[in-house]
Write a new protein. Structure first.
Lengths: 293, 297, 426
């Protein structure tokens, strides 16, 4: 099986001519299927947007109809909340910090585990899966105690470390196959040219795996962006809450402000869409660039 | 390449995993050990901050003796199976459909990312409304005459579990699709060109080019999706709270309820450890297949 | 290669920027980066007197009450500052308990009164016996709002929340029935409104404490109580509920409803009755465009309606418990403070003098709830359940309640299951 992988990737290494992508899969089945996919995800999104434009009394009475008087009240209320901008900044800092720290740890680890041929790999991978399995709720108390001792409570650093600890196993497991897909021969050739292990890693492996790095980074950013359990527990003052915790605030024991919740959901995902638009271009370039020269 | 040189290089590459190993030992292994210690201790809200009393396997016995526990395990297996199969198949399908660059692709991908980035309280609430008695799906069914009565998606004990599992699969597909897509995008266009010149149909392309290439990714996603299924409880929390009765209670939800509603931390930890043990079987299989893969290459 | 180098350089620059950001982040630039213990428990060392109040209110009106209390206290006490801290409802208890493990916590905790014993067991609350003994107005408060554990008082409720029977007056007028005062009247009213094409009643069937809280009035209406749990009254109560779901008076969808959605559904106008609380007055005024009213839940002589609401206590790790008590006695426990809450959110004052104030008695809706307190009010949770078993009892009964509404259990089996579960509690 792996020969197929290696061949295809190795071939892409020789290519510098972007072609044939547009023409791929012009099939009569693809378009209707794509439309179905669009519906499956578009309908709930439409519902979110419609609800955010309703007044609270219309939410239940017009559950499945499009007939209501739209209002921007929920948006103007959400946007007038002065905490929104601090929260947005907090979300950006926490998510960016988590991506950087997680990638710093997960990229080399993913590479190491992709290349090392020993029992340690087996144990390491199994361990990562077990760590991935830990319920987040059960990590709160032990981490709270550690952060308390290290004065990391109520700091961004604390939340970033907690998020990173949760996401590193995920990042390593995800990065590993991207490195596995790179033929060993390529690396060995570099070594014969006199490049050291570290230089090979930085100048050969990292560029080839950048599709995987970009994807993993994006996914980690999204996960860190939405994480709220650690944020609520490790920030002691609500002034530090990120957007995800503001969202949680819309749901209380005494009522759910549906339009407010949905409007805030739309607002919080705008930065996500900007990030996506950016990485989408990166990914497309990544493809046409080919791998290594 | 002589074997000895390969081995030497391998050893050095182990160093690359060292920072992550150190970091995880402090911030992830320590909580894991605490969880395991908790599962064999009598820890309730009044004893959490005192030295924990060792109680042997009592918490595990309490779980196994509970009348609803068998049903909970069965629910978990059904739930995880549906989420995994649909999540992987849907993810791969979506990735193949969206592997062509273009405006439509970008738009739909954006939609998937939008959905995936929303917290479960939003997505879960949306589906709760859509699947409700007067929600969109039932309204369409009634209007078009497909059904004569609203379908009790979330409150009939024989349907609710499947509904919640479907919504969870729906929520995990965007993630799998993004990863699959990244792996498909790594295939050189020339490979497809060559295949087309040989007159390969699209199905043949999928079977002979895409499927082999995404195989290692599939293995990882399989593990990640199963793990996701085994620890996901927020959709259940939002949509059914484990009900009606205990019809949609799965292990992670049970563990959450035990630890944070009943505040029996020891019992909740034992349930979490049982779930971890079920996944360890899978972890061993995964690590083994990885070893075999290593040996072959 | 030239066309390749530019994007690659761009990503390199990006990576550099990301690393720089990361370094900044790790260096720590948290907006409110006070010392952890300061933030959690208000420092009282230097002249500033700050008390921190943790609560789970996010509804506008309830937040306004918190703000009004803050203003009230700060105006009366120069140099004192109140910091209201919101913690999401689902997280409040676990955050308090986690904080106790490092001996940190707020000065004042406002929490779900039913969790008082859990929080007291978790060493989150300080005993308030001394303050309470010296409190001149303590006699104004009924016994049922003082939460004690092992003979020590830990929290008091400044007001009570309870369930009543909301009705849609327009629908009742159309089908020609009066608001019911007994179970029989309610059942016949439900038959009539269903025959006229309306939904009968909405309530919560969630398999947790909310379900138990909503189910208990109906169970006790047939003579059930936790002191001496019997199968027969439960069977009768559950049979009635399944009659409702069979006739269409109550939808089985209620098993997925917390207490919010059923009231929103009622307020949308197609339902005759809602079993819901006094805290919904704001929602009713804002969203219901029909005539509505409230009568006490028609649960008869044996029927019991829980007296819920938020408990207020002093954090076990407060640096300044005296000031925290002063805050409570001047806001939650004062006549003035309780009337603010009655006016803004429609809660029923716990103090006898405040409950007799014009502002409360002249409000027909509040009056119906106040009547219910007199005739059917019951301690929540039931004193018959040991404090450490309360959470189990609420969950087990809530799950059965859900199964009855969802139709998974017959009334007989459900009643048996409740009695067995209660016998198994510690």
């Amino acid at each position: 099986m792996n020969t197929a992988v290696n061949e295809s990737v190795a071939k892409s290494g020789d290519s510098s001519r972007p072609s044939g992508i547009k023409a791929r899969f012009k099939s009569p089945v693809a378009t209707p299927l794509r439309f179905v996919l669009f519906l499956i995800y578009g309908i709930p999104m439409l519902w979110i947007v419609l609800t955010s434009l309703k007044s609270p009394s219309d939410v239940i009475s017009s559950q499945s109809s499009f007939v209501f008087i739209p209002t921007l009240d929920a948006y103007s209320e959400a946007l007038s909340n002065s905490g929104l901008y601090t929260a947005l900044q907090q979300s950006l800092v926490i998510a960016t910090g988590t991506v950087v720290l997680t990638l710093l740890l997960a990229i080399p680890a993913g590479y190491g585990l992709a290349r090392v041929d020993s029992r340690i790999t087996t144990v390491g991978l199994g361990m990562l899966i077990v760590l991935q399995m830990l319920p987040q709720t059960s990590n709160v108390i032990p981490l709270y105690q550690i952060f308390g001792q290290w004065n990391l409570l109520n700091t961004n650093a604390g939340v970033i470390i907690a998020d990173t600890a949760m996401l590193v196993p995920f990042g390593v497991l995800l990065m590993r196959p991207f490195f596995r897909a790179v033929p060993v021969a390529l690396e060995e050739a570099a070594k014969l040219d006199g490049a050291g292990t570290f230089r090979t890693f930085f100048s050969i492996m990292m560029p080839i795996a950048r599709n995987g790095i970009a994807t993993t980074g994006t996914l980690i950013f999204l996960l860190a962006w939405g994480e709220f359990l650690y944020a609520v527990n490790f920030f002691l003052t609500p002034n530090n809450y990120p957007l995800s915790a503001l969202l949680a605030q819309q749901v209380s024991a005494f009522g759910i402000d549906w339009p407010g919740l949905m409007a805030l959901a739309v607002i919080t995902s705008i930065p996500i869409m900007v990030l996506f638009a950016f990485t989408y271009r990166l990914l497309r370039e990544g493809l046409t660039l080919g791998a290594v020269k | 390449m002589p074997h000895s040189i390969r081995r030497l290089a391998s050893r050095r590459q182990l160093l690359f995993a060292a920072p992550a190993a150190v970091f995880l030992t402090i911030f992830a292994i320590y909580p894991l050990l605490q969880l395991m210690r908790m599962s064999v201790s009598d820890v309730t809200v009044s004893t959490l901050n005192d030295p924990w009393q060792y109680s042997g396997l009592e918490n595990f016995q309490t779980d196994f003796a509970s009348p609803a526990f068998g049903e909970t395990v069965l629910n978990t297996v059904i739930f995880v199976t549906i989420v995994t199969l649909l999540g992987l198949a849907g993810g791969l399908g979506a990735a193949i459909l969206l592997s062509k660059s273009g405006r439509w692709t970008g738009f739909i991908l954006g939609l998937l990312v939008f959905i995936w980035a929303l917290p479960p309280v939003v997505n879960g609430s949306v589906w709760k409304f859509l699947l409700g008695s007067s929600g969109l799906f039932n309204s369409i069914g009634l209007e078009t005459g497909l059904t004569t009565q609203p379908i009790p998606f979330l409150f009939d004990d024989s349907i609710a579990l499947y509904s919640v599992a479907l919504v969870n699969a729906w929520a995990v597909i965007p993630f799998n699709a993004l990863v699959f897509r990244a792996s498909i995008m790594g295939i050189s266009p020339e490979v497809f060109e060559a295949a087309r010149m040989d007159g390969a149909s699209r199905w043949e392309e999928i079977r002979h080019i895409i499927v082999p290439v995404v195989k290692p990714t599939t293995l990882v996603l399989l593990v990640l999706t199963v793990v996701y299924g085994f620890r996901s409880f927020d959709f259940i929390y939002v949509m059914t709270f484990g009900g009606p009765g205990v019809a949609t209670t799965t292990l992670p939800f049970l563990g959450y309820i035990q630890a944070f509603v009943r505040f029996d931390f020891g019992l909740g930890a034992a349930t979490a450890v049982i779930a971890v043990a079920m996944v360890i079987v899978l972890a061993v299989l995964y690590a083994r297949s990885v070893r075999r893969e290593e040996a072959n290459s | 290669m030239t066309n390749h180098s530019s994007p690659r350089r761009r990503s390199a620059a990006l990576a550099a920027a990301a690393f720089a950001t990361g370094a900044l982040v790790i260096a720590g630039c948290t907006p409110d980066n006070g010392d952890a213990s300061d933030a959690a428990s208000g420092s009282s060392d230097s002249g500033t007197q700050t008390i921190t109040v943790w609560h789970y209110f996010s509804d506008d009106n309830q937040v306004k009450v918190m703000d009004d209390y803050k203003d009230l206290f700060e105006a009366n006490n120069e140099g004192a500052t109140v910091e209201n801290v919101f913690v999401p409802y689902d997280q409040l208890n676990s955050r308090l308990i986690t904080g106790a493990s490092t001996e940190t916590g707020p000065d004042v905790v406002v929490f779900n009164g039913a969790d008082a014993s859990t929080l007291a067991l978790g060493d989150v609350l300080a005993p308030i016996d001394d303050y309470w003994a010296d409190f001149a107005d303590a006699g104004q408060f009924p016994e049922s709002v003082v939460h004690s554990l092992d003979g020590s008082a830990y929290a008091v409720q400044g007001y009570v929340n309870l369930l009543g029977l909301w009705y849609n007056a327009d629908i009742l007028a159309e089908v020609g029935v009066e608001p019911p005062t007994s179970i029989d009247e309610l059942n016949s009213a439900l038959d009539k409104v269903v025959a006229a094409g309306y939904s009968g009643i909405t309530l919560s069937g969630l398999p947790n404490s909310q379900g138990e809280w909503q189910g208990y009035p109906w169970m006790s209406a047939f003579g059930f109580n936790y002191d001496d749990p019997q199968v027969q009254p439960l069977t009768d109560a559950f049979s009635m509920i399944q009659n409702w779901t069979d006739s269409g008076a109550l939808t089985a969808e209620a098993v997925t409803w917390d207490q919010t959605v059923p009231f929103q559904t009622f307020a949308a106008g197609n339902v005759a009755f809602a079993e819901n609380g006094n805290w919904q007055m704001g929602t009713a005024a804002a969203t219901a465009d029909f005539e509505y009213g409230v009568v006490p839940l028609p649960v008869g002589e044996t029927g019991q309606v829980y007296l819920g609401g938020e408990g207020e206590g002093i954090g076990a790790f407060s640096q300044n418990p005296d000031l925290a008590w002063k805050y409570l006695s001047e806001t939650y426990f004062s006549t003035e403070g309780q009337l603010i809450a009655a006016d803004v959110v429609g809660s029923i004052p716990a103090r006898a003098d405040a409950a007799q104030d014009d502002a409360v008695t002249s409000n027909a809706l509040l009056d119906a709830f106040a009547t219910s307190i007199d005739s059917n009010g019951a301690n929540y949770p039931s004193p018959a359940i040991a404090p450490e078993s309360v959470a189990d009892q609420q969950l087990e009964v809530g799950q059965v309640w859900s199964s009855v509404i969802g139709g998974q259990l017959t009334p007989d089996a459900a009643a048996e299951q409740v009695v067995t579960a209660l016998a198994g509690l510690k």
